[in-house]
Write a protein that binds this ligand. Structure first.
Ligand code: LFR
Length: 452
């Protein structure tokens, strides 16, 4: 009999509940609910409206039950690094701060004064990002705090009453040892952080309690970990671009690469499902385009058409530059970056959007070239998954820039990866990651873009 699971997938701009029906026809996906994610600024700090997200989640689960009758499981994934702080009674002390808030700068200096960047990297393998949990916590008042709970684990706690810290997301804190998958006791000691602030670690794909009689499972609760599960690759010689608000570009490896060269290239070794390593670099991604759209009040279709008609390669900015991290004033920041590097400034929205797309394609090429050089892993296909797979121009420019075929889709890779891991945990499927990918590929074959 077909079994139906529900994936809760929260992204930076919207959340969705997607059901996956595993039956004779393979995997059938259906989006049953979508809701906006609108961060709010409170007394100067940008915060996630976590209760409204929780309401979207529970509304979505209700919609899933109405559509399918009974669910065999629920799994939650969200963006990484952010957390809620609980007091001893389990009460959330404040809405979780948003990683794009600039309050973390002081934390970066505090951590680096105790553990210099090179040692931090050798210990955790996590690339420097000013918003890594370790830096956020260093800027936090923790005296009244009993637990630090990562966002997907917090939502799972509210559903089930059970606390835990899922490992793929735990790796993004910058406090986990990538060799063992356990907390780095040494780092906690040096930073004067209590290790028991974090609830016990748990792997993706284990029971995490129940909600209204339905089992809840851990999944790759870091959205990127779930997206990488759902890369429909035919062999292991692939690179991936998980392309949504961010573009996460890299490789799946068996062992971390902790060399000084990898640190200088700002590559991260995040933990994947089945103990894999996600060796990748963060590229700003569609955020650049979303902000331009918001600022100019233009639709995506209009901008992309105008970009397609604009001259290629006129100016290219560094799409990994943290200057593009905070919201607001994006067009001016892109224009300034062109000016500072002696390139022509975009003169209209089409040229601005073209500059973004060309810059992303170049950043993807560089990330994949660096990843293969640093790891020795060879690549003959690039899989571009997530919402960006709908963007034909971006896929074509990426194939041309990289000189390697780009296979686009599925667009709902994150939800699909979440569902595959739950279904395997529940015993509805079995097999390796490659088996899960083969199953997905059969129902969701990616769309090829060959370089000219
Ligand atoms: C993507 C993502 C990235 C992470 C960033 C911040 O949604 O999870 O992997 O670096 O958001 O959490």
């Amino acid at each position: 009999m077909a079994e139906v699971f529900a994936a809760v997938d929260l992204g930076a701009s919207s959340g969705r509940v997607v059901t996956g029906r595993f039956g004779d026809g393979g995997l059938e996906l259906a989006e049953v609910h979508r809701f906006p994610n609108e961060p709010v600024r409170c007394r100067g700090t940008l915060r996630w409206d976590i209760r409204s997200l929780y309401k979207g989640l529970t509304d979505g689960l209700r919609a899933a039950v109405e559509r399918h009758g009974e669910l065999s499981g629920i799994g939650i994934d969200t963006w990484a690094v952010d957390y809620g702080l609980l007091d001893a009674s389990g009460t959330l002390l404040a809405d979780p701060a948003h990683y794009r808030d600039t309050r973390t700068a002081a934390g970066v200096d505090r951590v680096h004064a105790v553990v210099p960047p090179a040692r931090l990297y050798a210990t955790t393998g996590i690339q420097f990002q000013p918003f890594n949990t370790v830096f956020q916590l260093a800027a936090e008042e923790l005296a009244a705090v009993s637990s630090v709970v990562l966002i997907p684990d917090l939502l799972s706690y509210w559903l089930t009453g059970e606390l835990g810290t899922e490992r793929t997301n735990a790796s993004t804190t910058g406090l986990l040892d990538p060799r063992t998958g356990e907390w780095s006791a040494e780092l906690f000691g040096e930073l004067g952080l209590r290790q028991d602030l974090f609830p016990p670690l748990r792997d993706p794909g284990v029971a995490a309690g129940s909600y209204e009689g339905c089992p809840v499972y851990t999944v790759g609760s870091h959205d990127t970990a779930s997206a990488v599960v759902a890369v429909p690759a035919a062999s292991d010689r692939f690179a991936y671009i998980s392309c949504g608000t961010w573009s996460l570009v890299g490789l799946e490896l068996d062992e971390p690469v902790l060399t000084e060269q990898a640190r200088l290239a700002n590559f991260t070794n995040e933990r994947g499902v089945d103990g894999k390593i996600r060796f990748l670099r963060n590229v700003m991604g569609l955020w650049l385009l979303q902000e331009v759209q918001r600022e100019l009040g233009l639709g995506l279709g209009y901008l992309l058409d105008a970009a397609a008609r604009s001259a290629p390669g006129r100016s290219v900015v560094d799409a990994t530059d943290p200057r593009f991290l905070p919201p607001g004033g994006m067009a001016a920041r892109i224009t300034a970056a062109c000016r500072e590097t002696g390139q022509p400034e975009p003169r209209d929205p089409g040229e601005l959007a073209r500059c973004v797309l060309d810059s992303l394609a170049v950043a993807y090429r560089e990330a994949i070239a660096d990843a293969t050089r640093l790891s020795g892993h060879q690549v003959d296909a690039i899989h571009l998954v997530g919402g960006g797979a709908r963007n034909e121009l971006l896929c074509r420019l990426t194939a041309e820039a990289c000189g390697v075929p780009v296979y686009a889709g599925p667009t709902e890779a994150t939800a699909a990866g979440n569902l595959l891991v739950q279904a395997r945990a529940a015993g509805a499927l079995d097999g390796s990651l490659q088996d899960l990918r083969t199953l997905l590929r059969a129902t969701h074959p990616p769309h090829p873009h060959h370089p000219e």
